[in-house]
Design a protein around this ligand. Structure first.
Ligand code: DGY
Length: 325
């Protein structure tokens, strides 16, 4: 019997890739950079399955070009790159990789928080550039972390894990903003659900953990930044478009807030000539929060298992559109 045809848009870790390659007739895009949209469209024309990355835009015209497609498996927990409604309308299952990157992502969000608060990158660059001449009583003063107030935007899995670190590790008071209350966070960390304005006005650290959708796009903008404390640090490890990049640049330049530490940007990658890079109070990492060996291996296995289940016509172990069944 012939194997189902699939297109894999990048080389994912071996533990997942091998599962796919052994069980399907797979074509794997070998380059570091993503295949262009038109190339994906052409490649999936005769495919039964697609294993995609968060950098691949999967929309209705693309799905229309693949009449046999049964499943799109995303190698990410976020799936804002996929038009899920369009997939559902075409009875195509969509999978993602929740849970396995929660701890790695919140570890990194906390790394950004600490680095931003204590000006780590700025100070290391100063030393490296040969400016370190003596111990300076007022050099590189930063923000206190212990006992500070943490504002979590989006108390899902990763938001909860961030609150855990902040409260249990650093005795922080936890405020959160979410459309749904989190009984767990309230019980475990004494977290208080507040409106966005209260969170912005009281938090020393504002950490974004919401998904990207119509209501969160541009959530952090000129107005919301102006409501933050002047000593506040903004942390974004969720999705770039949740923060208005130009507004952030101006707020950091003008001292409206003390700093920002971002794992995600809009656009992504942020062009090297972008003025945000020139600001000493802004740390930018290249979207690496889930990049641990363990997490990426688990993501690869999960993405492969989602893909294979969809090819068999079964519900996916992690399916974002369960109504396709
Ligand atoms: C995701 O999975 O959505 C992250 O952004 C990358 O791991």
């Amino acid at each position: 019997m012939s194997k189902p045809k699939v297109f894999v848009t990048r080389e994912i870790p071996e533990v997942g890739l091998k599962l796919v390659v052994d069980n399907t007739d797979a074509e794997v895009w070998p380059d570091l950079l993503p295949p262009p949209y038109e190339v994906i469209k052409e490649k999936i024309a005769s495919c039964d399955g697609l294993l995609a990355l968060l950098t691949d835009k999967i929309d209705a015209p693309l799905l229309d070009a693949a009449p046999n497609l049964k499943v799109v498996s995303n190698f990410a927990v976020g799936f804002n790159n996929i038009d899920v409604a369009a997939a559902t309308a075409r009875r195509i299952r969509v999978g993602n990789t929740p849970g396995v990157l929660t701890e790695a992502t919140s570890d990194f969000a906390f790394t950004l928080l600490m680095g931003g608060a204590r000006r780590l990158v700025e100070a290391c660059n100063y030393a490296k550039a040969g400016h370190w001449q003596t111990w300076e009583p007022q050099g590189f003063l930063g923000q206190d972390i212990w006992g500070a107030t943490m504002g979590i935007v989006g108390m899902g899995r990763i938001g909860y894990a961030m609150a855990h670190r902040a409260h249990r590790g650093f005795d922080m008071r936890i405020l959160y903003y979410d459309v749904n209350p989190s009984e767990h966070a309230e019980r475990d960390f004494g977290a208080t659900r507040v409106d966005m304005d209260t969170l912005l006005a009281e938090a020393d650290f504002v950490s974004i953990h919401t998904d990207l959708n119509a209501s969160t796009t541009g959530l952090i903008n000129r107005d919301t930044l102006a409501k933050m404390k002047r000593n506040a640090i903004l942390i974004n490890s969720a999705r770039g478009p949740i923060v208005d990049t130009d507004a952030l640049y101006e707020a950091l330049r003008d001292g409206v807030i003390a700093g920002a530490a971002m794992d995600v940007t809009e656009p992504e990658p942020l062009p090297v000539e972008h003025p945000l890079y020139s600001l000493p109070n802004c740390t930018i990492a290249p979207h690496i929060a889930s990049a641990t060996y363990t997490s990426r291996n688990k993501m690869a296995r999960m993405a492969a298992e989602n893909l294979l289940a969809g090819l068999r016509g079964e519900d996916l172990p992690n399916q974002v559109n369960p109504e396709v069944g």
